[in-house]
Design a protein around this ligand. Structure first.
Ligand code: FES
Length: 63
């Protein structure tokens, strides 16, 4: 699960997203967390097709 690639374009895995989340401060909502994770990992900056998957992972990690 940890090494599962969520964003194929940018080769961003669940572990990468988790790490990026921990680098950021505490986020009040998933959208802010997404922006931060995107800035750090560049996920969802290619085709954009992984957007919902990335959001899913973030909300699971934040739960
Ligand atoms: S799979 Fe993430 S931008 Fe294309």
């Amino acid at each position: 699960m940890e090494n599962k690639i969520i964003c194929n374009c940018k080769q961003v895995s669940v572990a990468d997203i988790e790490k990026a989340l921990h680098e950021g401060k505490r986020f009040s909502d998933v959208e802010k967390a997404f922006e931060e994770v995107q800035m750090i990992t560049h996920c969802s900056t290619g085709c954009g097709g992984c957007h919902d998957k990335v959001l899913d992972v973030i909300s699971q990690l934040m739960a």
